[in-house]
Design a protein around this ligand. Structure first.
Ligand SMILES: Nc1ncnc2c1ncn2[C@@H]1O[C@H](COP(=O)(O)OP(=O)(O)OP(=O)(O)O)[C@@H](O)[C@H]1O
Length: 335
């Protein structure tokens, strides 16, 4: 094998440093996103080079253990926080390079947000219809008339099946009703992307299912790209794509496909994928590693159409191939 020339190395370094090409229909792209928090001289790397692409019109669930970086990511995508390094774009806006005025426009009209705490989403002294109208009065990017705003309120009330709640104040609504109104508020200015942090976290499963259905409706009927951070298995199991975050990186995802056979019977199949970063790193799912007792080191073999990953056998004295058994514990061969 010939050693690489200086030019080869330079080309490799440039290729590794260049931003990844993203699909033209991407609504969200994150490229090696880093967020470091410093408090009292201690640095916490909440995001450690996260990569994520969400296509326009997608409905995606983000899952992950507590502290894995989900809320940090969502706050960055919402324009409430800025990353330390990397690249992030949402609906064509560059989140690392947004002057204050543009950031305000972005938050008012390009993204909508639904929080877990129902009270945080709505103003208590306004009715449902007034809450939905408020974002348009504050900054409707299309500068529509008051009559057009009223028509948009009606459209959202209808689409989400909450027309009968239009004159009620938040205190007169159940938790689930409040979240559905919150979705309408977030959609008022017709954002390209709707973000939600644990929107069903405070609700029982039946109410949570109704709220999730409302997200589906805005995704399907109003064309919004939806990203939901959730611990709720019902939500995570119902979307086409579930992305798992681990230690500040996207680690794996599950894609679901529903097919209908000739008798009209629907079957959903699931496939799990792991992320492959540009240096060739993958994070294998914990449950797979545990099932085969893999840790520290694994054996890899290249086949014509796949790569096999096997437990490291070098510490198995029963294994005749094992360097341990042949008196070569380093596996370096005879000296
Ligand atoms: N403002 C902050 N200052 C310092 N550290 C922070 C800050 N916000 C988040 N972190 C840290 O960053 C890491 C990721 O936190 P984050 O809230 O994004 O996790 P999460 O996945 O949303 O967790 P949860 O499911 O519990 O909400 C954690 O270690 C957290 O302690």
């Amino acid at each position: 094998m010939t050693s690489p020339t200086l030019d080869d190395l330079r080309r490799q370094a440039l290729a590794a440093a260049a931003p990844r090409g993203h699909a033209a229909d991407a609504a969200i792209t994150c490229d090696r996103l880093v967020r470091i928090f410093s408090t009292d001289g201690i640095e916490v790397q909440a995001l450690q080079g996260l990569e994520l692409t969400v296509r326009q019109g997608d409905l995606v669930a983000l899952v992950g253990a507590s502290g894995s970086g989900k809320s940090t990511l969502l706050n960055i995508l919402a324009g409430l926080d800025t990353p330390t390094a990397g690249q992030a774009t949402v609906a064509g806006y560059d989140l690392l390079d947004m002057p204050p005025k543009e950031r305000l426009r972005y938050r008012r009209s390009a993204v909508g947000f639904v929080w877990q705490q129902t009270a945080r989403n709505l103003l208590p002294f306004l009715t449902t219809a007034q809450n939905i109208a408020l974002p348009m009065q504050l900054g409707d990017p299309r500068r529509r008339s008051a009559r057009a705003h009223a028509a948009r309120v009606d459209q959202l009330l209808d689409a989400l099946g909450i027309g009968d709640l239009h004159a009620r104040r938040p205190a007169e609504l159940s938790g689930g009703q409040q979240q559905r109104v919150a979705i309408a508020v977030a959609m008022a200015n017709d954002p390209a992307v709707l973000l939600a942090d644990e929107p069903t976290g405070e609700l029982d499963s039946e109410t949570g299912a109704a709220v999730f259905e409302a997200f589906r409706t805005v995704n399907r009927e109003l064309g919004a790209t939806v990203v939901i951070v959730t611990h709720d298995p019902l939500v995570a199991g119902e979307v086409r794509r579930t992305v798992a975050i681990r230690d500040g990186r996207t680690s794996s995802e599950v894609l679901r496909r529903t097919t209908t056979d000739e008798h009209g019977e629907e079957t959903t199949t699931e496939r799990e994928y792991v992320m492959l970063d540009r240096t060739g790193r993958v994070q294998l799912p914990h449950k797979f590693l545990q099932a085969l007792g893999m840790e520290h080191r694994v054996a890899v073999d290249l086949a014509s159409d796949h790569i096999a990953v096997r437990p490291d056998a070098t510490e198995d004295p029963e294994d005749p191939e094992s360097p341990e058994a042949t008196g070569d514990p380093d596996g370096t061969g005879p000296r």
